[in-house]
Design a protein around this ligand. Structure first.
Ligand SMILES: [Zn+2]
Length: 258
């Protein structure tokens, strides 16, 4: 099943009983959803501990509609005070209702007052949690880039390709693979294509990384290949002649050796 959506997890973090049985099972086995729920719970716990009573504001109608859907509430407008109505703090009986029948016990009236504010409180907390969680997720993404740059080099043109230029960047991915990002600015005559290679500096060995489509490409470095030995990045012009060997016509070249 797909991951549990953020709104549902936020309500769950607020202590609401919103999870379907299959969502509950998913949460037990999915590290992604479990971590999100954990983050959201930490936020709500922190917000509850902060001690300062927040000013309660009626939610935007769109927010309210989503909360309503989420909780499958009925009689929506009845529980929302009109925008200009005097605000009643949660848990307090509205003193502006003197017509309340005397037969209604105080406790019931109090509960009614609480209930009227409860969805607004949930909506406000949901907005707070989603906002903070969004910030947390954004920060995590910013702090953990997908790739780490290890080395980079300018690719200089060979004499036949004066005016061309390029760049090669060696990166490691989050799961430890090595990749080389190659960018080339050079004319591309019809009927030719470009291939990216790693060479030994004395050109006694070469490994093909693949065909460079367009002006930029990302290539995996074969696992175990010694980049200290194969330190030169070379981009060649190749012809559609069926010969897999290097054409001998290098366009740009540079060394990743540090
Ligand atoms: Zn999940």
């Amino acid at each position: 099943m797909p991951h549990i959506d953020d709104e549902t997890l936020a309500l769950y973090a607020l202590g609401e009983d919103v999870l379907e049985p299959e969502q509950r099972a998913h949460l037990d086995t999915c590290p992604t959803c479990a971590r999100t729920a954990q983050d959201l719970t930490r936020v709500t716990t922190g917000a509850r501990r902060s001690g300062t009573a927040p000013e309660l504001v009626p939610p935007d109608p769109a927010v309210w509609a989503r909360v309503h859907d989420e909780l499958a509430l009925t009689a929506v407008p009845a529980v929302l005070p009109p925008p200009d109505a005097p605000r009643t703090p949660p848990g307090e009986v509205d003193a502006a209702v003197p017509d309340e029948p005397a037969a209604v016990p105080d406790e019931l009236a109090a509960r009614r007052g609480r209930r009227a504010w409860w969805p607004v409180l949930v909506a406000a907390c949901t907005a707070l949690v989603l906002g903070v969680a969004g910030g947390v997720l954004w920060e995590r993404r910013t702090l953990e880039p997908a790739e780490t740059t290890v080395a980079s080099t300018v690719l200089d043109p060979l004499p036949d390709w004066a005016g061309s230029s390029g760049e090669a960047v060696l990166q490691t991915t989050a799961d430890g693979r090595r990749q080389i990002l190659v960018t080339v600015d050079a004319p591309a005559p019809a009927g030719t294509y470009r291939e990216v290679w790693l060479l030994k500096p004395d050109v006694s060995g070469l490994v093909s990384l693949g065909v460079l489509e367009d002006d930029q490409g990302r290539f995996d470095v074969p696992e175990g290949l010694d980049l200290a030995a194969y330190s030169v990045v070379d981009v060649s012009e190749e012809h559609l002649d069926g010969d897999p060997a290097h054409s001998g016509d290098s366009v740009v070249r540079g060394s990743l050796a540090t």
